[in-house]
Design a protein around this ligand. Structure first.
Ligand SMILES: Nc1nc2c(ncn2[C@@H]2O[C@H](COP(=O)(O)OP(=O)(O)OP(=O)(O)O)[C@@H](O)[C@H]2O)c(=O)[nH]1
Ligand SMILES: [Mg+2]
Length: 342
């Protein structure tokens, strides 16, 4: 994993739609207004302390004030003071930091696309997302980072197009721009005569920056004659060290496999929540790091669940959707459907 940004908790999760998905367990009162729910949705999406403060203030204002919501009022106030403290800390830290092109993390994970000039990083972002970075047949086309969201099944993965990593020229903020990503993918053009030298230079540069090696090696332009054989030669040299994807950003070949490999490299699990007696909400998954437990999942859905969870029922295809009772220490597997009992 690349180093986490200084301020704020790392957010991996795609957030659920603002429906009252956890009321059925009786943890919170059911008479919350649409205003409150939309503010809570904004809070779940908030990436900066300022956004959190704004959303929490709206949540507090929209919360009906009566005995039944006293705990929630206290909880919002506590989170507000936390966010205000965080805002002050990041303000102080920011006073000395040089401005850099940082892309705010969004979706299930952020992947930085690295590579030598002209390898097709921008074309790949065009092919896989709705972003429209400039593509041209000369090197150093991309000057500043640009992000787009790549769909994979029911999650979105953020791809960041970056200027090339090159001996000839690199913007001084490159290392900082790469660092917030959860991982990087190295995109190469196997037909480029200088590919092996570029490859070594990039690996050395990442080491100097104390940034982990790429999690994926992407051979692009596989539609061109000879590219398959040339990429095979690169794989023979490096394939043991990196999972490889052969793609063509122009024809679209291999792009579905690239999306799948990206999701796998992020080491995530998706789970879906289910209220007792109701069908599961399979539309928007919650996303956690692999290795998370049922207890972590409960805490992720609602803060109160972490404390009060008695047990969960697990519905999983491999168990025939049988509602197996599981403890909070049970590991969550990708695709699990969980019903929390508090
Ligand atoms: N044939 C073929 N050409 C490609 C493919 N992907 C990109 N190209 C071409 O390669 C050239 C460079 O593509 P870019 O996407 O601009 O490359 P880049 O890696 O972003 O380049 P920099 O921004 O300079 O680092 C363009 O002419 C693209 O049309 C591909 O899969 N097949
Ligand atoms: Mg580019």
């Amino acid at each position: 994993m690349l180093a986490a940004p200084k301020a704020g908790k790392r957010r991996l999760a795609l957030q659920p739609a603002p429906q009252a998905r956890y009321y059925a367990c009786g943890a919170v009162p059911a008479n919350l207004t649409p205003d409150y729910l939309s503010a809570e949705q904004a809070y779940r999406h908030a990436q900066t302390p300022q956004e959190k403060i704004a959303a929490l203030e709206r949540m507090y204002a929209a919360l009906p004030k009566h005995k039944g919501t006293e705990k929630m009022q206290a909880d919002i106030k506590r989170r507000l003071s936390e966010a205000r403290r965080e805002s002050q800390r990041s303000h102080k830290a920011g006073a000395h930091a040089a401005p850099v092109y940082l892309i705010k993390r969004e979706g299930a994970g952020q992947i930085a696309l690295l590579g030598p000039p002209n390898s097709g990083k921008s074309q790949l972002v065009r092919a896989l997302t709705r972003a429209l970075p400039e593509v041209a047949d000369y090197p150093f086309t991309t000057r500043i980072p640009l992000a787009g969201m790549m769909p994979f099944e029911d999650v979105q993965i953020q791809l960041v197009d970056l200027p090339p990593i090159s001996q000839e020229f690199m913007p001084p903020w490159m290392a900082q721009a790469v660092r917030p990503a959860h991982l990087s993918a190295l995109v190469i053009d196997p037909n480029d005569a200088g590919v092996l030298g570029d490859f070594e230079f990039i690996l050395r540069t990442l080491e100097e920056w104390h940034v982990p090696s790429p999690a994926l090696l992407v051979g692009n332009k596989l539609d061109l004659p000879g590219a398959g054989e040339n990429f095979q030669a690169v794989r023979d040299l490096y394939g043991g060290r990196f999972p490889c994807c052969a793609v063509s950003a122009v024809t679209g070949a291999g792009l579905a496999e690239f999306a799948r490999a990206s999701f796998a490299a992020l080491h995530l699990v998706r789970f879906y929540s289910k209220a007792p007696g109701k069908p599961p909400d399979l539309e928007v998954p919650y996303v956690l790091k692999r290795g998370s437990t049922v207890g972590d999942a409960a805490a992720h859905v609602h803060r109160d669940f972490a404390q009060h969870l008695k047990y969960a029922r697990l519905f999983r295809k491999s168990h025939g959707h049988d509602g197996l009772m599981v403890e909070r220490t049970r590991l969550v597997e990708d695709g699990d459907i969980l019903e929390f009992h508090v």
